[in-house]
Design a protein around this ligand. Structure first.
Ligand code: ZN
Length: 322
Protein backbone atom coordinates (compact mmCIF):
# COMPACT_ATOMS: atom_id res chain seq x y z
CA UNK A 1 0.00 0.00 0.00
CA UNK A 2 1.61 3.26 -1.06
CA UNK A 3 0.86 6.83 -0.17
CA UNK A 4 -1.23 7.43 -3.24
CA UNK A 5 -3.68 4.92 -1.88
CA UNK A 6 -4.23 6.72 1.39
CA UNK A 7 -7.44 8.51 2.00
CA UNK A 8 -7.45 12.24 2.54
CA UNK A 9 -10.71 13.36 1.14
CA UNK A 10 -13.40 13.83 3.66
CA UNK A 11 -13.78 17.53 3.11
CA UNK A 12 -17.01 17.41 1.24
CA UNK A 13 -19.07 16.08 4.07
CA UNK A 14 -21.91 18.47 3.98
CA UNK A 15 -24.32 15.82 5.11
CA UNK A 16 -24.72 17.20 8.60
CA UNK A 17 -28.26 16.07 9.11
CA UNK A 18 -30.88 14.16 7.30
CA UNK A 19 -34.28 15.64 7.76
CA UNK A 20 -37.19 13.81 6.29
CA UNK A 21 -40.64 14.97 7.35
CA UNK A 22 -38.98 16.57 10.34
CA UNK A 23 -37.47 13.35 11.62
CA UNK A 24 -33.75 12.76 11.80
CA UNK A 25 -32.91 9.57 10.01
CA UNK A 26 -30.60 7.78 12.36
CA UNK A 27 -29.90 4.66 10.36
CA UNK A 28 -26.13 4.33 10.16
CA UNK A 29 -26.17 3.82 6.44
CA UNK A 30 -27.42 7.37 5.88
CA UNK A 31 -24.23 8.91 7.26
CA UNK A 32 -21.80 6.68 5.42
CA UNK A 33 -18.77 8.33 3.95
CA UNK A 34 -20.00 8.93 0.44
CA UNK A 35 -16.71 9.26 -1.32
CA UNK A 36 -13.71 8.41 0.78
CA UNK A 37 -11.68 8.70 -2.37
CA UNK A 38 -13.40 11.82 -3.68
CA UNK A 39 -11.73 13.11 -6.81
CA UNK A 40 -9.49 10.11 -6.92
CA UNK A 41 -9.53 6.78 -8.60
CA UNK A 42 -11.45 4.08 -6.73
CA UNK A 43 -9.13 2.08 -4.47
CA UNK A 44 -10.44 -1.02 -6.21
CA UNK A 45 -8.89 0.12 -9.49
CA UNK A 46 -5.72 1.34 -7.77
CA UNK A 47 -5.19 -1.89 -5.84
CA UNK A 48 -5.92 -4.12 -8.82
CA UNK A 49 -3.34 -2.23 -10.88
CA UNK A 50 -0.74 -2.26 -8.10
CA UNK A 51 -1.14 -6.03 -7.70
CA UNK A 52 0.45 -6.64 -11.11
CA UNK A 53 3.85 -5.65 -9.74
CA UNK A 54 3.33 -6.54 -6.07
CA UNK A 55 6.11 -8.48 -4.43
CA UNK A 56 4.80 -11.57 -2.64
CA UNK A 57 6.52 -12.07 0.71
CA UNK A 58 6.66 -15.55 2.20
CA UNK A 59 6.54 -16.05 5.98
CA UNK A 60 6.60 -19.56 7.39
CA UNK A 61 4.61 -19.88 10.61
CA UNK A 62 4.21 -23.29 12.30
CA UNK A 63 4.06 -26.85 10.98
CA UNK A 64 2.85 -26.75 7.36
CA UNK A 65 1.35 -23.24 7.48
CA UNK A 66 2.76 -20.24 5.62
CA UNK A 67 1.56 -16.68 5.01
CA UNK A 68 1.82 -14.91 1.66
CA UNK A 69 1.66 -11.13 2.00
CA UNK A 70 1.53 -8.50 -0.71
CA UNK A 71 -1.52 -9.09 -2.92
CA UNK A 72 -4.67 -7.82 -1.24
CA UNK A 73 -5.37 -9.41 2.13
CA UNK A 74 -2.95 -11.78 3.84
CA UNK A 75 -3.18 -15.29 2.38
CA UNK A 76 -2.49 -18.43 4.40
CA UNK A 77 -1.30 -21.68 2.81
CA UNK A 78 -1.56 -25.17 4.32
CA UNK A 79 0.54 -27.68 2.36
CA UNK A 80 0.27 -31.47 2.26
CA UNK A 81 -0.81 -34.60 0.44
CA UNK A 82 -4.44 -33.51 0.18
CA UNK A 83 -3.29 -30.58 -1.93
CA UNK A 84 -2.66 -27.01 -0.88
CA UNK A 85 -5.37 -25.22 1.04
CA UNK A 86 -5.37 -21.43 0.70
CA UNK A 87 -7.13 -18.90 2.89
CA UNK A 88 -8.03 -15.96 0.63
CA UNK A 89 -7.22 -15.51 -3.01
CA UNK A 90 -5.33 -12.23 -3.37
CA UNK A 91 -5.79 -10.11 -6.47
CA UNK A 92 -5.85 -11.68 -9.93
CA UNK A 93 -3.05 -9.57 -11.40
CA UNK A 94 -0.66 -11.14 -8.87
CA UNK A 95 -1.23 -14.64 -10.24
CA UNK A 96 2.36 -15.14 -11.49
CA UNK A 97 3.89 -14.00 -8.20
CA UNK A 98 1.45 -16.03 -6.12
CA UNK A 99 2.05 -19.14 -8.27
CA UNK A 100 5.80 -18.73 -7.91
CA UNK A 101 5.45 -18.44 -4.13
CA UNK A 102 3.14 -21.47 -3.96
CA UNK A 103 5.50 -23.57 -6.08
CA UNK A 104 8.41 -22.65 -3.82
CA UNK A 105 6.59 -24.19 -0.82
CA UNK A 106 5.84 -27.64 -2.25
CA UNK A 107 4.74 -29.39 -5.42
CA UNK A 108 1.22 -30.13 -4.11
CA UNK A 109 -1.49 -28.80 -6.43
CA UNK A 110 -3.95 -26.21 -5.11
CA UNK A 111 -7.12 -28.08 -4.14
CA UNK A 112 -8.91 -25.90 -1.58
CA UNK A 113 -9.62 -22.21 -1.10
CA UNK A 114 -11.44 -20.58 1.80
CA UNK A 115 -12.62 -16.95 1.59
CA UNK A 116 -12.58 -15.03 4.89
CA UNK A 117 -15.27 -12.68 3.44
CA UNK A 118 -16.53 -11.38 0.11
CA UNK A 119 -14.30 -8.29 -0.43
CA UNK A 120 -12.38 -8.15 -3.70
CA UNK A 121 -8.93 -8.01 -2.09
CA UNK A 122 -9.68 -11.48 -0.64
CA UNK A 123 -11.68 -13.05 -3.51
CA UNK A 124 -10.40 -11.44 -6.72
CA UNK A 125 -8.25 -14.52 -7.45
CA UNK A 126 -11.09 -16.99 -6.89
CA UNK A 127 -11.69 -17.61 -10.59
CA UNK A 128 -8.14 -18.52 -11.58
CA UNK A 129 -7.60 -20.60 -8.44
CA UNK A 130 -10.82 -22.50 -9.17
CA UNK A 131 -9.67 -22.98 -12.77
CA UNK A 132 -6.56 -24.83 -11.57
CA UNK A 133 -8.57 -27.10 -9.28
CA UNK A 134 -9.52 -25.31 -6.07
CA UNK A 135 -12.88 -25.95 -4.46
CA UNK A 136 -14.01 -22.74 -2.75
CA UNK A 137 -15.56 -22.70 0.75
CA UNK A 138 -17.07 -19.56 2.32
CA UNK A 139 -19.92 -18.18 4.36
CA UNK A 140 -23.22 -18.12 2.47
CA UNK A 141 -23.23 -14.30 2.42
CA UNK A 142 -19.90 -14.32 0.55
CA UNK A 143 -21.54 -16.25 -2.26
CA UNK A 144 -24.59 -13.98 -2.07
CA UNK A 145 -22.57 -10.75 -2.44
CA UNK A 146 -20.33 -12.19 -5.16
CA UNK A 147 -23.40 -13.40 -7.07
CA UNK A 148 -25.07 -10.01 -7.14
CA UNK A 149 -24.29 -6.48 -8.24
CA UNK A 150 -22.86 -4.97 -5.05
CA UNK A 151 -22.12 -1.31 -4.38
CA UNK A 152 -19.55 -0.23 -1.77
CA UNK A 153 -20.19 3.48 -1.46
CA UNK A 154 -16.99 4.56 0.33
CA UNK A 155 -14.94 2.84 -2.40
CA UNK A 156 -17.02 4.53 -5.10
CA UNK A 157 -17.28 1.17 -6.80
CA UNK A 158 -20.02 -1.14 -8.01
CA UNK A 159 -19.00 -4.77 -8.37
CA UNK A 160 -20.81 -6.68 -11.11
CA UNK A 161 -21.84 -10.28 -10.37
CA UNK A 162 -18.69 -12.41 -10.32
CA UNK A 163 -18.23 -15.06 -13.03
CA UNK A 164 -19.53 -18.50 -12.09
CA UNK A 165 -16.04 -19.90 -11.64
CA UNK A 166 -15.33 -17.34 -8.92
CA UNK A 167 -18.28 -18.33 -6.75
CA UNK A 168 -17.82 -20.45 -3.62
CA UNK A 169 -18.65 -24.09 -4.36
CA UNK A 170 -19.53 -24.90 -0.75
CA UNK A 171 -21.10 -22.50 1.74
CA UNK A 172 -22.32 -22.66 5.33
CA UNK A 173 -24.26 -20.51 7.78
CA UNK A 174 -22.67 -21.06 11.23
CA UNK A 175 -19.61 -23.27 11.16
CA UNK A 176 -17.78 -25.97 9.22
CA UNK A 177 -15.07 -28.49 10.13
CA UNK A 178 -12.47 -29.78 7.67
CA UNK A 179 -9.74 -32.41 8.05
CA UNK A 180 -6.95 -31.95 5.52
CA UNK A 181 -3.20 -32.41 5.40
CA UNK A 182 -3.13 -33.86 8.91
CA UNK A 183 -4.79 -30.74 10.26
CA UNK A 184 -8.14 -30.04 11.91
CA UNK A 185 -9.57 -26.85 10.46
CA UNK A 186 -12.50 -25.03 12.09
CA UNK A 187 -14.42 -22.34 10.21
CA UNK A 188 -16.65 -20.09 12.33
CA UNK A 189 -19.02 -17.30 11.36
CA UNK A 190 -18.69 -14.11 13.41
CA UNK A 191 -22.11 -12.70 12.67
CA UNK A 192 -22.11 -9.16 11.28
CA UNK A 193 -18.65 -7.60 11.86
CA UNK A 194 -16.49 -6.00 9.11
CA UNK A 195 -19.17 -7.22 6.66
CA UNK A 196 -21.95 -9.79 7.15
CA UNK A 197 -19.81 -12.56 5.63
CA UNK A 198 -16.74 -12.79 7.90
CA UNK A 199 -15.42 -16.13 9.17
CA UNK A 200 -12.38 -17.19 11.18
CA UNK A 201 -10.22 -20.15 10.19
CA UNK A 202 -8.52 -22.06 12.99
CA UNK A 203 -5.71 -24.55 12.34
CA UNK A 204 -6.06 -26.45 15.57
CA UNK A 205 -2.84 -28.46 15.98
CA UNK A 206 -0.61 -25.60 14.86
CA UNK A 207 -2.58 -23.12 17.01
CA UNK A 208 -2.79 -20.63 14.13
CA UNK A 209 -5.89 -18.47 13.62
CA UNK A 210 -6.72 -16.45 10.48
CA UNK A 211 -9.22 -13.74 11.42
CA UNK A 212 -9.61 -11.98 8.07
CA UNK A 213 -10.56 -8.31 8.19
CA UNK A 214 -11.93 -8.47 11.74
CA UNK A 215 -8.36 -7.42 12.56
CA UNK A 216 -6.12 -4.93 10.79
CA UNK A 217 -2.94 -5.24 12.80
CA UNK A 218 -1.74 -1.73 13.64
CA UNK A 219 -4.30 0.11 11.52
CA UNK A 220 -7.75 1.62 11.83
CA UNK A 221 -9.96 -0.86 9.96
CA UNK A 222 -12.40 -0.27 7.14
CA UNK A 223 -15.96 -1.18 8.13
CA UNK A 224 -18.35 -2.01 5.29
CA UNK A 225 -21.83 -0.83 6.29
CA UNK A 226 -23.10 -1.46 2.75
CA UNK A 227 -22.87 -5.21 3.31
CA UNK A 228 -23.73 -5.48 6.98
CA UNK A 229 -20.64 -4.35 8.90
CA UNK A 230 -20.71 -2.02 11.93
CA UNK A 231 -18.43 -0.77 14.71
CA UNK A 232 -20.31 -2.80 17.31
CA UNK A 233 -20.00 -5.89 15.12
CA UNK A 234 -16.25 -5.25 14.85
CA UNK A 235 -16.00 -5.07 18.65
CA UNK A 236 -17.96 -8.32 19.03
CA UNK A 237 -15.62 -9.99 16.54
CA UNK A 238 -12.59 -8.69 18.43
CA UNK A 239 -13.98 -10.23 21.63
CA UNK A 240 -14.62 -13.51 19.79
CA UNK A 241 -11.02 -13.50 18.56
CA UNK A 242 -9.70 -13.03 22.09
CA UNK A 243 -11.87 -15.93 23.27
CA UNK A 244 -10.32 -18.18 20.60
CA UNK A 245 -6.69 -17.43 21.44
CA UNK A 246 -4.06 -17.93 24.12
CA UNK A 247 -0.72 -16.19 24.50
CA UNK A 248 0.76 -18.90 22.23
CA UNK A 249 -1.65 -18.53 19.31
CA UNK A 250 -0.29 -17.08 16.07
CA UNK A 251 -2.91 -14.73 14.64
CA UNK A 252 -3.07 -13.79 10.96
CA UNK A 253 -4.88 -10.46 10.38
CA UNK A 254 -6.53 -9.48 7.11
CA UNK A 255 -4.02 -6.65 6.75
CA UNK A 256 -0.79 -5.84 8.57
CA UNK A 257 1.85 -8.13 10.03
CA UNK A 258 1.17 -11.52 11.61
CA UNK A 259 0.56 -10.99 15.33
CA UNK A 260 -0.74 -12.40 18.56
CA UNK A 261 -3.20 -12.01 21.39
CA UNK A 262 -1.47 -8.91 22.73
CA UNK A 263 -2.04 -7.14 19.42
CA UNK A 264 -5.64 -8.32 19.28
CA UNK A 265 -6.21 -6.91 22.77
CA UNK A 266 -4.80 -3.50 21.85
CA UNK A 267 -6.99 -3.42 18.77
CA UNK A 268 -10.12 -4.33 20.76
CA UNK A 269 -9.33 -1.65 23.35
CA UNK A 270 -8.80 0.99 20.62
CA UNK A 271 -12.12 0.11 18.97
CA UNK A 272 -14.00 0.42 22.26
CA UNK A 273 -12.31 3.69 23.25
CA UNK A 274 -13.08 5.36 19.91
CA UNK A 275 -16.62 3.97 19.81
CA UNK A 276 -17.34 5.29 23.32
CA UNK A 277 -15.94 8.76 22.57
CA UNK A 278 -17.81 9.10 19.29
CA UNK A 279 -21.04 7.77 20.81
CA UNK A 280 -20.85 10.26 23.69
CA UNK A 281 -20.38 13.18 21.29
CA UNK A 282 -23.18 12.00 19.02
CA UNK A 283 -25.49 11.61 22.02
CA UNK A 284 -24.78 15.25 22.90
CA UNK A 285 -26.39 16.05 19.57
CA UNK A 286 -23.19 16.82 17.70
CA UNK A 287 -23.28 16.49 13.95
CA UNK A 288 -20.67 14.46 12.08
CA UNK A 289 -18.43 17.43 11.25
CA UNK A 290 -18.48 18.59 14.88
CA UNK A 291 -17.52 15.12 16.04
CA UNK A 292 -14.69 14.96 13.51
CA UNK A 293 -13.53 18.43 14.64
CA UNK A 294 -13.40 17.17 18.24
CA UNK A 295 -10.73 14.65 17.10
CA UNK A 296 -11.93 11.65 19.10
CA UNK A 297 -9.13 9.52 17.62
CA UNK A 298 -6.32 11.97 18.48
CA UNK A 299 -4.52 9.70 20.94
CA UNK A 300 -4.63 6.82 18.44
CA UNK A 301 -3.80 8.54 15.14
CA UNK A 302 -0.01 8.21 15.30
CA UNK A 303 -0.14 4.48 15.93
CA UNK A 304 -3.21 3.43 13.92
CA UNK A 305 -3.69 6.03 11.18
CA UNK A 306 -0.88 5.06 8.82
CA UNK A 307 -2.72 2.87 6.31
CA UNK A 308 -5.82 3.42 4.18
CA UNK A 309 -8.07 4.65 7.01
CA UNK A 310 -6.98 7.83 8.80
CA UNK A 311 -8.48 9.15 12.04
CA UNK A 312 -11.10 11.31 10.30
CA UNK A 313 -12.28 8.48 8.12
CA UNK A 314 -12.40 6.09 11.03
CA UNK A 315 -14.41 8.63 13.05
CA UNK A 316 -16.83 8.81 10.14
CA UNK A 317 -17.14 5.02 10.01
CA UNK A 318 -17.73 4.80 13.77
CA UNK A 319 -20.23 7.69 13.77
CA UNK A 320 -22.34 5.82 11.23
CA UNK A 321 -22.82 2.98 13.69
CA UNK A 322 -23.47 4.59 17.08
ZN1 ZN B 1 -12.45 -6.54 3.81
Amino acid sequence: MNNSMKIHALHNCSRRRFLISGAIVTAGISVLPRRLFAGRESPVITMRAAAATAKIRIQRLRRNITVLEGSGGNMAVLTGNDGKLLVDAGITASRPGIMEALNSLSSDPVRHLINTHWHFDHTDGNEWLHSIGAEITAHENTRKHLSETTRVEPWNFTFPPAPKGALPTSVFARDRKLQLNGTSIALDYYGPAHTDSDISISFTEADVLHVGDTWWNGYFPFIDYNTGGSINGMISAAEANLAKTTSKTIVIPGHGPVGDRTGLTEFRDMLIAVRDKVAALKQQGKALQEVIAAKPTAEFDAKWGGFVIDGKTFTHLVYAGV
